[in-house]
Design a protein around this ligand. Structure first.
Ligand SMILES: [Zn+2]
Length: 393
């Protein structure tokens, strides 16, 4: 088999009797066999994130006998993670994801060495961490880290096994191999701030990271075994639509103009994009000049019987989870339903976290409303600080 990447050479070694038994279904495959299993044992794979994608990815790689698994994560397990992040169980809520993950992986295969990197991946640590591994599997859920992973893979010469998910749709590919395209060949620059909602805002079908993470695990194992390029996702973007259960693919070419892997690259070092896209930028745009009200102040006004009109700009299914008995007009419907609102009354707009309602306040101000405020932190802040019995999502 022809290698597509700097595959790890199997160390002069052998499998113990127990390992032979454990991997017998691999050993029976001519495409894996003893040689392939020793390659897996010698391989070092870094998983970025121990969340939705990182769960099936690391669990299957551990089960398959990948000798060294690195995990980068700095989060703790949250109740809302359990719907998809199967590395973690209910009893792990509140624990560090790395600890919970390492325990689960050791339970699956105690022969795997798990290296924990409890840190946020940044331009300062990425290259040093990546150099310790043969392949990087990207399970991140945000653009700044995705660009960081891609660039660090190109700069260190490590293949980037990519996966991403949103609502019912997923993508997978293998980027940054020697002759293959990278993520920037496809998308040269990150999207503008605030344009792309995160999983927390947009929702995601729980099994979707399972589907996509397993594709990433498959591609990782094939890279280690030295599968031919035509058989791998190098140069192909696989798109999964779980609702229609359709798998489509896009041919990708290495872009000679690519800013990081092209003929005349302009990017020679890592960039931290946090300030340009992602949460921080959204928060900044929300707080500048926006009339806002804190949940405590709203509670005081309501308790005092003041005339406050609560406008809820979320979607009906969110209203069913929890609400402040506000008037529901989803943000997208606001332009055509604005006549339902009385501009002489005080209006407090809210959504889940305060982002959509900030857009609503901006819209209403332009439409001539002068007494309109954004509820800072949205209904989540209300649940945290006013009504702890209210369910959060
Ligand atoms: Zn490129």
């Amino acid at each position: 088999m022809k290698a597509v990447s700097p595959k790890s050479e199997a160390k002069a070694g052998s499998l113990s009797k127990e390992e032979v038994q454990r991997y017998s279904r691999h050993l029976l495959l001519p495409e894996v066999g003893m040689e392939g299993q020793l390659k897996l044992k010698a391989a070092k794979v870094l998983c970025i994130g121990a969340g939705g994608l990182g769960s099936p990815l690391s669990m299957y790689l551990a089960a398959a006998g990948v000798g060294t698994l690195g995990l980068v994560d700095f989060d703790v397990v949250d109740f809302t993670n359990l719907q998809r992040q199967i590395l973690h169980s209910t009893a792990d809520v509140g624990r560090k994801k790395l600890d919970s993950a390492a325990e689960t992986l050791a339970g699956i295969n105690p022969q795997v060495e798990v290296r924990k990197f409890e840190a946020k991946l940044t331009s300062a640590n990425a290259l040093e961490i990546f150099r310790q591994f043969d392949i990087v599997a990207d399970g991140t859920d945000n653009f700044p880290t995705r660009y960081l992973v891609n660039d660090a893979c190109v700069l260190t010469g490590k293949p980037n096994v990519y996966g991403s998910i949103f609502r019912f749709e997923g993508q997978a590919s293998v980027f940054a191999t020697k002759d293959g395209p990278c993520y920037r060949c496809l998308y040269p620059d990150p999207p503008p701030p605030g344009l792309v909602p995160s999983c927390a805002e947009g929702g995601v079908l729980g099994i979707l990271p399972g589907l996509v993470g397993v594709i990433q695990a498959t591609e990782t194992i094939k890279l280690i075994l030295g599968a031919e390029r035509e058989q791998s996702l190098v140069g192909r973007l696989l798109m999964v639509d779980a609702m229609g259960m359709k798998f489509r693919e896009l041919k990708l070419r290495k872009n000679p103009e690519c800013p990081v892997c092209g003929l005349n690259p302009t990017i020679h070092e890592l960039i931290d994009y946090q300030e340009f896209c992602g949460v921080r930028a959204e928060e900044a745009s929300m707080t500048t000049g926006m009339p806002a009200i804190e949940v405590e102040e709203l509670k005081r006004k309501l308790d005092a019987g003041e005339d406050v009109f609560i406008l809820d700009v979320r979607e009906p299914h969110e209203y069913q989870i929890c609400n402040l008995q506000g008037h529901l007009i989803p943000l997208g419907d606001l332009p055509k339903r604005v006549q339902e609102l009385d501009s002489s009354r005080e209006i407090v707009a809210h959504c889940r976290s305060g982002k959509r309602s900030a857009d609503a306040v901006e819209f209403l101000q332009k439409a001539g409303f002068h007494k309109v405020w954004n509820l800072t932190g949205g209904i989540l802040a209300w649940a945290d600080r006013i009504d702890p019995k209210m369910p959060k999502y």
